[in-house]
Ligand binder design. Structure first.
Ligand SMILES: [Zn+2]
Length: 153
């Protein structure tokens, strides 16, 4: 990305598995920030096309916006470097929407193009409603966004 360093997952991910415990942490982060979008890094292991998250690390949304997010790229990079020392792999990003549907926004789509192979997990959160989530991946310029199934365990 901006730093010119490749931090893509080393293997294509076709299924995202996420423990309920991690999901609860993300939802708690989302509720703390609401309606500002909460964002962070998803880490874990990748094998046989399956990404299994075992940690979610919050990043500060520098835009402090309810319509978009972005973070300090150095902070993001540091999280990935630190986690690699612990044997965790970079799966991608999570962020939240204070809207009804977890659909990538136009700016999400632009960012995804800069990060081929990354999983983007989006959680749509509105008070009094059941949160909805979806994960996506884009493989390279010119390819369309693919929905990646999510399995909670
Ligand atoms: Zn978004």
């Amino acid at each position: 990305m901006e730093l010119g360093v490749s931090v893509q997952p080393y293997e294509r991910i076709y299924l995202l598995r996420i423990p309920q415990r991690i999901l609860d942490e993300i939802l708690e982060h989302a509720r703390r920030e609401y309606p500002v979008e909460a964002c962070g890094v998803l880490l874990g292991s990748i094998a046989g096309g399956v990404g299994t998250a075992s940690r979610a690390v919050p990043l500060r949304n520098l835009l402090a916006s309810s319509k978009a997010f972005w973070f300090d790229v150095r902070e993001w990079m540091q999280v990935i470097i630190d986690s690699r020392r612990e044997g965790l792999e970079y799966i991608g990003l999570y962020h939240t929407h204070a809207r009804d549907e977890p659909l990538p926004s136009l700016s999400d789509r632009h960012r995804m193009l800069e990060a081929p192979g990354e999983i983007w997990l989006i959680l749509a959160l509105r008070p009094g409603r059941e949160p909805k989530m979806a994960a996506y991946r884009i493989d390279d310029y010119g390819s369309s966004i693919m929905r990646v199934p999510v399995e909670v365990f």
